[in-house]
Design a protein around this ligand. Structure first.
Ligand code: AMP
Ligand code: GLY
Length: 429
């Protein structure tokens, strides 16, 4: 069986790498892929515009692809699953209607309220005056969110009234986030520790993947601007067995049932971004309709089961008794980014210190914004690499990841030096 993975990030490198290990899979095409997917055995990059669903379908027929696996949210929110269903092409990922859980924050918040699933209190606004009036009575800090997709940048945690008014005005009156910000949500600030909880769903049943936590802020100590994610590790110590069971019972199962009851059965990865409070209670911060990036890199490195078989079961509605097996070790991935990210940054810098496929004992280098040029690998994006270490503890996984990073560099390479510090402090206790 040939597969086609859509996307070019670290998540897609990890998905394609894991899928290629399946006995049922002969070749994984990656569109458009990166230098990492170009260098792996059994992976082949193809130069396809993944926004052009017709071109994707033509490729699928020409190269005898048995399943399309969609990495990022944009094609899902734009209905690639519906398009491929119509073309009789097996496509892994939620339908356009189901992907609204990520595509519209208003949809997802109203859904959560309708189904009694715990989340932060909120109001939604399209007009500036009522939004500003509402802020007058809001407790601080307060969270302001653009309704639509904003690549992780449409959220402002306002510490004072002036910041809150500014954020609402920028989104509603100044068009800072374009269409995505024409509706804003004003949300109660939640206290606690965040965790990523990713499940595989088949429309009726869901299977929890290993838990993880990412670091969204650019700089050490979780300071600086928000990014797509600067590093992640699995498992998340705060998601113990009891908390995981509670998340399944209070969040995932009612979500999958609610989506099915409303005629939008959810098939694909469902990513719940959660706030876990000190007493172990959980509330949903957001849903994503795809795997996390960089969560996919450490999580999939721990997966010992056949990923293709799991995705096939998701599409066939056969997940009921599926039980993925996980490596007991901890994995921890550190993102190496271009200096300046998430603002302006340079591309085209030569990366040194990489080896052919970068499978070394207990580390793996996943590529994101990279491309090949002759025999060289060049930077080609903001998040460039994710270097994952594996160990018996978070501390050991962390030290292996950083030891591997020490030999890799390019002009202006930037990374955080403290990925995993919360888990390590839990371990010390
Ligand atoms: P989102 O795009 O909704 O995941 O928000 C981005 C980040 O903003 C989250 O990862 C949290 O760190 C923070 N955030 C969002 N909503 C809240 C909230 N209600 N309370 C506290 N922090 C939040
Ligand atoms: N790492 C956060 C995300 O994938 O949305």
């Amino acid at each position: 069986m040939n597969l086609l993975v859509l996307g070019s990030g670290g998540r897609e490198h990890a998905l394609a790498w894991k899928l290629a290990q399946s006995d049922s899979v002969s070749c994984v095409y990656v569109a458009p892929g990166n230098a990492g997917t170009a260098m792996e055995d059994f992976l082949h990059n193809v130069n396809l515009d993944i926004a052009d669903f017709g071109a994707v379908a033509t490729f699928v027929r020409q190269f005898d692809v048995g399943m399309v696996v969609v990495g990022p949210e944009v094609p899902l929110v734009n209905g690639i699953r519906d398009y491929m269903d119509h073309e009789n092409i097996a496509c892994f990922g939620p339908s356009k209607a189901a992907a609204q859980l990520e595509g519209s924050k208003t949809f997802s918040k109203e859904f959560l309220v309708r189904h009694g699933i715990p989340t932060a209190r909120f109001e939604s606004f399209t007009e500036l005056e009522p939004a500003l009036a509402y802020l007058e009575h809001s407790a601080l800090p307060v969270v302001i969110k653009a309704d639509g997709l904003a690549a992780g940048k449409g959220v402002v945690v306002a510490l004072n009234a002036r910041q809150a008014q500014q954020a609402v005005t920028d989104m509603l009156a100044h068009n800072t986030f374009g269409e995505a910000g024409h509706r804003v949500l004003i949300e109660e600030f939640l206290e606690g520790e965040e965790a990523s909880f990713i499940c595989l769903c088949d429309g009726t049943f869901s299977v929890a993947f290993a838990s993880s936590q990412d670091h969204k802020a650019r700089d050490d100590g979780d300071k600086g601007p928000n990014t797509g994610g600067m590093g992640a590790y699995s498992p998340a110590p705060i998601v113990n067995e009891e908390v995981a069971a509670r998340i399944m019972r209070e969040v995932i199962e009612p979500t999958v049932k609610g989506m099915s009851d409303e005629g939008m059965p959810y098939q694909g990865f469902l990513y719940a971004g959660l706030m876990v409070a000190a007493d172990g209670s959980v509330r949903v911060i957001e849903f994503n309709c795809r795997f996390g990036d960089p969560e996919a890199q450490p999580v999939l490195m721990r997966l010992q089961s056949d990923l293709y078989d799991l995705l096939r079961k998701s599409l066939a509605g056969e997940l009921k008794d599926a039980l993925p097996v996980w490596d007991e070790n901890v994995t921890l991935g550190v993102v190496m980014a271009a200096g300046g990210y998430p603002g302006n940054y340079q591309t085209g810098c030569v990366i040194t210190g990489l080896t052919d496929t970068d499978v070394q004992a207990d580390t793996k280098v996943f590529h994101a914004g990279t491309r090949t040029a002759g025999t060289e690998v060049l930077t080609n994006g903001g998040r460039v690499l994710c270097v994952v270490g594996r160990g018996r503890s978070t501390l050991e996984a962390q030290s292996r990841a950083y030891a591997r990073i020490a030999s890799i560099t390019w002009k202006d390479a930037y990374y955080r030096t403290d990925i995993g510090y919360r888990a390590i402090s839990h371990e010390k206790k």
